[in-house]
Ligand binder design. Structure first.
Ligand code: SAH
Ligand code: SF4
Length: 335
């Protein structure tokens, strides 16, 4: 794997993207699934060195949407056709298990045919179980990097072993689980990226989020170089080949790194987009990295802008729930 990564370029790269594209056509065809993303709190108790929401960033204006405001975002999203909502936040303990259970139950009661995805960071088994019992279907928790050394250097408040243990717990409980990593972190080597891919192959997650590292000006990594679109495309394509039936988003970070980054990701194996459904007033405050795109567009604009981009890349939008094929085959076996 390290050898392959060190020799990618020109023809080999094109062949890799073509193989990944073919694998995606075999599994999911030309469908691209849309997920409405609601960034409901930028308050975070963790201090990841790369992230603009880290607790050490005192210059960020913090916000938290109330449950009723989140439900309103879902209402708007449902009317626009979304059948998956992703609730994402920093690690904000104001949102206790009890509050989250009520919120999840309310979303599922209002929109029983929509899937609900959480991306709220690390919690204990009991919390994850109760949120699942309340109706949450999926959970995104990137492993961030499979290298213990890198993980430890970027996460002063978190444990390497714990991250992977949380992913195992989520799988055990029954969630459709999303792992993933950043490409181009400072000091990341081809061997580290190979570890990321092998970790994914072993975990066999339902979803895989891969994006370039992008520096944020109010973090310790402000002067570091960003990850490149090309390196990230390589990882997306390899992830598609190693976990062929995974759902793989063309991430907002890809669109930020290059104007056509998301379209290129779709052509290298990605098959999901996550347009923003957050209220306009808070968009610019959910700043994981600088120059984040789509902070100035209304939700409806995002929806139709992305549909155009999907068409121009040679695919079509599928507004269904878009469960992972892994999950569907697990369900068939159980019944
Ligand atoms: N707090 C939750 C979810 C919000 S952060 C969590 O950490 O799981 C969502 C993702 O944003 C993280 O998993 C990380 O991979 C990504 N991210 C954060 N800062 C970033 C940066 N500077 N560049 C690229 N991606 C970043
Ligand atoms: Fe918090 Fe997630 Fe950012 Fe880490 S990556 S500081 S956990 S929001």
């Amino acid at each position: 794997m390290v050898d392959l990564l060190s020799h990618l370029g020109g023809d080999l790269r094109r062949q890799l993207y073509d193989l990944a594209h073919a694998a995606r056509i075999r599994t999911y065809g030309r469908a691209v699934y849309l997920r409405g993303l609601i960034e409901f709190s930028n308050i975070c108790k963790q201090n990841c060195l790369y992230c603009g929401l880290r607790s050490g960033n005192k210059s960020l204006s913090r916000y938290r949407l109330l449950p009723e405001e989140i439900l309103n975002c879902c209402r708007e999203g449902y009317a626009l056709g979304y059948r998956t909502f992703v609730l994402q936040s920093g690690e904000d303990d104001w949102y206790t298990t009890e509050k989250l259970v009520l919120l999840i139950a309310a979303v599922k009661q209002l929109f029983p045919d929509a899937a609900l995805t959480l991306s709220i960071g690390e919690r204990d088994d009991e919390c994850y179980s109760r949120l699942y019992a309340a109706g949450a279907d999926r959970f995104l928790l990137r492993h961030e990097t499979a290298s213990a050394n890198l993980y430890r250097s970027f996460h002063p408040t978190m444990e390497y072993e714990n991250r992977q243990d949380r992913l195992n717990a989520l799988q055990r409980i029954g969630y459709q689980v999303g792992a993933g990593f950043m490409v181009g972190l400072p000091d990341q080597t081809a061997a580290d990226l190979a570890e990321d891919l092998l970790y994914l192959q072993q975990l066999q997650p339902d979803m895989i989020g891969i994006g370039p590292f992008l520096p944020h000006r109010d973090t310790p990594l402000k002067d570091e170089l960003p990850g490149t679109v090309e390196d990230t495309l390589d990882m997306i394509a390899l992830a598609r080949l190693m976990v062929p039936d995974a759902l793989i988003p063309a991430t907002t970070a890809m669109g930020t790194a290059h104007p056509n980054g998301r379209e290129r990701a779709l052509q290298a194996g990605a098959n999901v987009l996550m347009p923003n459904l957050s209220p306009m007033a808070v968009r610019a405050k959910y700043m994981l990295y600088n120059n984040k795109i789509c902070t100035g567009d209304e939700s409806a604009q995002c929806r139709f802008c992305l549909e155009q981009r999907v068409k121009s890349a040679g695919f079509h939008v599928d507004m269904g729930r878009g469960d992972s094929l892994k999950h569907l085959s697990r369900s068939l076996q159980e019944h």
